[in-house]
Design a protein around this ligand. Sequence first.
Ligand code: PLP
Length: 385
Amino acid sequence: MRSGRHFLQIPGPTNTPDRILRAMHRAVMDHRGPEFAELGRGLLRDLRSVFQTENHVVIYPASGTGAWEAALVNVLAPGDQVLMYETGQFATLWKNMATKLGYDPVFMQGDWRHGANAEAIGAQLTADTGHRIKAVCVVHNDTATGITSDIAAVRAAIDAAGHPALLMVDTISSLGSIDFQTDAWGVDVVVAGSQKGLMLPPGLSFNAISPKAWAACEAGGDRRSYWDWRDMAGPNESGFFPYTPATTLLYGLREALDMLAEEGLDNVFARHTRHATATRIAVEAWGLEILAANPAERSNALTAVVMPDKAGADALRGQILDSFDMSLGTGLNKVADKVFRIGHLGDFNDLMLMGTLCGVEMGLAKSGTPFAKGGVQAAMDYLAG
Ligand SMILES: *Cc1c(COP(=O)(O)O)cnc(C)c1O
């Protein structure tokens, strides 16, 4: 028995606000009936503001991985080349999926400490004079490394190379927490999920689709059925879906969109910037290193902290879970046991952040990790200043 609330400070799933939990506590309705049509139409209309787009957004009853697959199979044909950039584990997993599906990913090597290099992407595209590359796939906020890539710069590099490839971007851990401008940045396919910035439980994912991507889907694409955008288009016009939607999660999505609109997207982004800044101040005061090497690429959704030599990140996380009932994100793949990740996205405020940072600082002390005290104080000074 543990009293009080568990601190779920992994970078997704994030804390679900009570308003959203209450909105979902409701009987399922007929997904072919008039009441549903109204819900569906409203969601499909209002989702676009969160994506900052005029494009159509489709909703899948699937985790984010499903929307990755949908993005690939709707526009690529077997054997097509895709340019992908290694920003961390999520970019690696998307690349592995492309390989499994029979595409030919050109995987640009990264060091897990830097974002996608737009200049290098541009050079690769310029060299592709035969236009074999059909899409450039980038993870906006790689949740494994806490690195945010400059998507406008990637768009500019594609344009400067005069290359016709589609730009497809994973925003699963940035949508609703870090500014992402689908239309202004010319993103053809956006991939998103419900359980991070949108504050919902896991189970929904999204594609925002540009006219150019729709054309690629109509003209070609791969074998697909469940993920087929074309099957969504007709029913979506009247607020319906081609198969049973995740009705309960859609009730929650209605509430989440209302909450984001009430706060205002700019305020949501500013809040995330503030909490990320306070976190980085604490980490630096502890004398620990942030995995993202370039300050301009440090994520406002999470911070990946590098453990000092020989100290295990997983032992520290275990200590913090046992002693203070707080979950932190584990290090994945190349940085397993070397980093821990502090999620500071979603439904979050100053005191939740301070509780989180207190838990980390107490855990560092208890576990005997070499560090300097005072991170919590430095973050408090920033927040109160
Ligand atoms: C969480 C996450 C995923 C995976 O999404 P699932 O919902 O677990 O399928 C993919 N990409 C990024 C950037 C993520 O943060």
